[in-house]
Ligand binder design. Structure first.
Ligand code: FES
Length: 152
């Protein structure tokens, strides 16, 4: 972890200094500042707060909001809401995982993409839908989705 990353955690810890039960907001803000929570970051938070690292790790792994791996430059969200699911979302997912060689929730080795399956993205009439960063793509087929990814 870079010096500046330690400083980012320090500023979060400073904000919550002396406050009990602040572990979750500390982790949320640290993640917002760092992008994800590395083992090193969790260990550092443990050292500084005297909260056992096992407890911090327990919280960080329990809540799905916390990322313990680096995130990619682009976030691909695959909708698995009901309308998209019925409209073949599992095939869209499969095509994406195959094209990017990642597991669900994973990040490509080159840190270009992180892929997540999410609930309804709010544009069911375009099902099946994905979002890449803040751009929405609808009425997808496995082939179309591969073409879209290739443009990034
Ligand atoms: S179910 Fe996919 S956009 Fe609503």
């Amino acid at each position: 972890m870079a010096e500046s990353d330690f400083a980012k955690i320090d500023s979060v810890l400073e904000e919550y200094k002396g406050r009990k039960g602040a572990l979750i907001p500390i982790l949320q803000k640290s993640q917002a500042n760092l992008g994800y929570l590395s083992k090193e970051a969790l260990k550092y938070i443990s050292d500084k707060t005297n909260i056992p690292v096992s407890e911090i790790y327990g919280v960080a792994t329990f809540y799905t909001q916390f990322r313990l791996q680096p995130i990619g430059k682009h976030i691909v969200r695959i909708c698995h809401g009901t309308a998209c699911h019925v409209a073949n979302a599992p095939k869209i997912s499969e095509a994406i995982y195959e094209a990017l060689e990642v597991e669900p929730g994973g990040t490509t080795e080159d840190l270009k993409f992180t892929v997540e399956e999410v609930a309804c993205l709010g544009c069911c009439s375009l099902a099946p839908v994905i979002m890449i960063d803040d751009k929405t793509f609808g009425r997808l087929t496995p082939d179309k989705v591969k073409d879209i990814l290739a443009k990034y």
